[in-house]
Design a protein. Sequence first.
Length: 329
Amino acid sequence: MAKIIGSSLSNIPWQSKPLNCTDAIWRYTNNPVIKRDAIPSSNSIFNSAIVPFENKFAGVFRCDSKSRSMDIFAGFSEDGINWSINHDPIKFEGADREILKVEYRYDPRVCFIEDRYWITWCNGYHGPTIGVGYTYDFKKFTQVENAFLPYNRNGVMFPRKIDGLYTMLSRPSDTGHTPFGDIFCSQSQDMTFWGKHRHVMSTIKTNASAWQSTKIGAGPIPIETTEGWLMIYHGVLNSCNGFVYSFGAALLEINRPWEVKYRTKPYLLSPQEYYECVGDVPNVVFPCAALTDASSGRIAIYYGCADTVTGLAFAEVDELVEYIKRNSL
Ligand code: BMA
């Protein structure tokens, strides 16, 4: 039976699995948890990152404005479900004015490592790349160097050093709506200089697993388990009506996370509910965060729905890991 290696989180948001559900992941019945207009300026709030913070919860949210600019905002919650999101975007401090220039910021991830919360996001710097910053308190934010050259998306940190090195997944891309993309892993001694780039996994170009045939990208911070790193990732299919975003999961080797042990052939969740199929970008489920409780094995996954609102889904680690192994490519 797989177990989560990590902290307990007794107040993790939770709803038990419906009796008639045969899937490994199920939705919260009151989805979406964050509506598109949760702050006065927002057109949509989705693809956002949530972490436990001071016995409650904090997060970094992607709020696209009514002028359709993309930016990231801090927010707070008592229960992980009802959120109060700041009305002004995050303002980073930092040593280098060049790096602090803001073009656009979207799809944040937040990862607690050792003493602070690291934030990574898709950062406009002459094309999309991975911006990096940190905070201790979600009030003061410091930005450091972009991790990579443009063009890149989906920069996702591992929650601890591996072999003494900070480790990040990412997905090299292009300037537009990239019609390709594999997941890579990079490492750093100091969160400034990144190297040791390793290929993790590619799209599946055969009919065997078409939901992940166009591009893939890491989602939430990988979850350490007794069976390897549990990496939830999105996959894209190119249909006659445009891209369709679903998500699945893989188990990566603990000490060499570029080695894939198992990877789901079927998707775990695909756009099927109204709020996942109808919105600014139809047919998108896009996971960016997961809360975990090592004591109970519960996992709560936050995902963007149709690039408009934010949904919540649940899984139990033993059942999910078993499902991944049984349904692996
Ligand atoms: C990707 C990113 C995501 C978005 C998705 C679907 O390229 O822009 O933020 O959810 O497309 O539009």
